[in-house]
Design a binder for this molecule. Structure first.
Ligand code: SF4
Length: 302
């Protein structure tokens, strides 16, 4: 019980379970076993969830849903595979449409055995998840102490999965701000981002081995177009955005002008550019609640 310093919120998703494990998850949450008495709350909103409980195995139909739910959960988060199907695919693993357990597509932290997993095991799994969540919280906080060791440098296509995950976290804030979930960075695929690496320069900021910020740019004529400046919300207001912009500009010594754009309310993205001398020069409406503001600056002496 010492692990419960806050109320963890649980998101349950039935991937392709026979419903045996789902019934046991519900039994854990309802009055007989009543995990809520420990402060655990069941939510249907991934953006509020800390622990992702998945039952059933992964197939081509649920793979995208699993990834989308996971990406919408704020960090730190814990994934628990509940039951043997979620753990390994169970007897269905050789089926033509089964890809395997949840760890085929997501980093699973806790495995809850059983077919079906018993409520006692599920509650035990949730307790382990809470302990792990606390450790992850502590790790995220400790990274603030390592800011002096932050490195900024070129990213490669091998960094694409981590940068894409970070991009989706950051752009969820943007989507909420503008009530617009059609933002392209939220829907970019890994394949698409890997293709971007062929035409753009990517910069990453790394603390403790984890990518916490990134920006990318490409040349068109004499102008370097700088896009998608992202910094993990845990690390806002620490000057990381400005250092990333500085670094990406230094990758284009031939550029006479730098351009970028962002939403009209995105103050946290605007600030690093404004501090580098970028000025707004055009604004256009792109959706009901969102305008795109273009900023530019000329290189000194250009
Ligand atoms: S582990 Fe057993 S009970 Fe759970 S979903 Fe698979 S087959 Fe059903």
């Amino acid at each position: 019980m010492k692990a419960f310093t806050r109320s963890p919120w649980v998101l349950h998703y039935d991937a392709s379970s026979c419903n045996g494990c789902d019934i046991e998850v519900l039994a854990s949450l309802t009055p007989l076993y009543d995990v809520e008495r420990l402060g655990v709350i069941n939510t249907g909103n991934p953006k509020h969830a800390d622990i992702f409980l998945v039952t059933g195995s992964v197939n081509a139909q649920n793979l995208k849903v699993l990834r989308t739910l996971y990406e919408q959960m704020p960090e730190p988060r814990v994934v628990a595979a509940v039951g043997i199907c979620a753990t390994s695919g169970c007897v269905f693993r050789e089926c033509y449409n089964v890809m395997g357990g949840v760890d085929t597509v997501l980093p699973v932290d806790i495995y809850v055995p059983g077919c079906a997993a018993r409520p006692e095991s599920i509650i035990d799994g949730i307790l382990q998840a809470v302990q792990l969540l606390e450790k992850k919280h502590a790790y995220m906080k400790s990274m603030h102490g390592q800011m002096k060791e932050m490195t900024i440098g070129r990213a490669t296509a091998l960094d694409a999965p981590e940068i894409l995950a970070l991009q989706k976290i950051v752009y969820q804030n943007e989507a909420e701000m503008y009530d617009d979930w059609s933002l392209a960075p939220l829907w970019q695929t890994l394949e698409d981002m890997r293709r971007d690496f062929e035409t753009r320069v990517f910069i990453k900021a790394v603390v403790g081995g984890k990518i916490i910020g990134s920006v990318r740019a490409y040349m068109a004529g004499e102008t370097a177009h700088v896009t998608r400046l992202i910094v993990h919300p845990y690390f806002w207001q620490q000057g990381i955005g400005m250092r990333l912009v500085e670094e990406i500009e230094s990758c284009f010594p031939q550029a006479r002008r730098f351009e970028t754009f962002m939403g009209q309310k995105s103050r946290h993205t605007m600030e690093p550019y404004e501090r580098r001398g970028y000025m707004p020069f055009r604004q256009e409406k792109v959706s009901e609640h969102r305008d795109r503001v273009y900023f530019a600056r000329d290189r000194e002496g250009a």
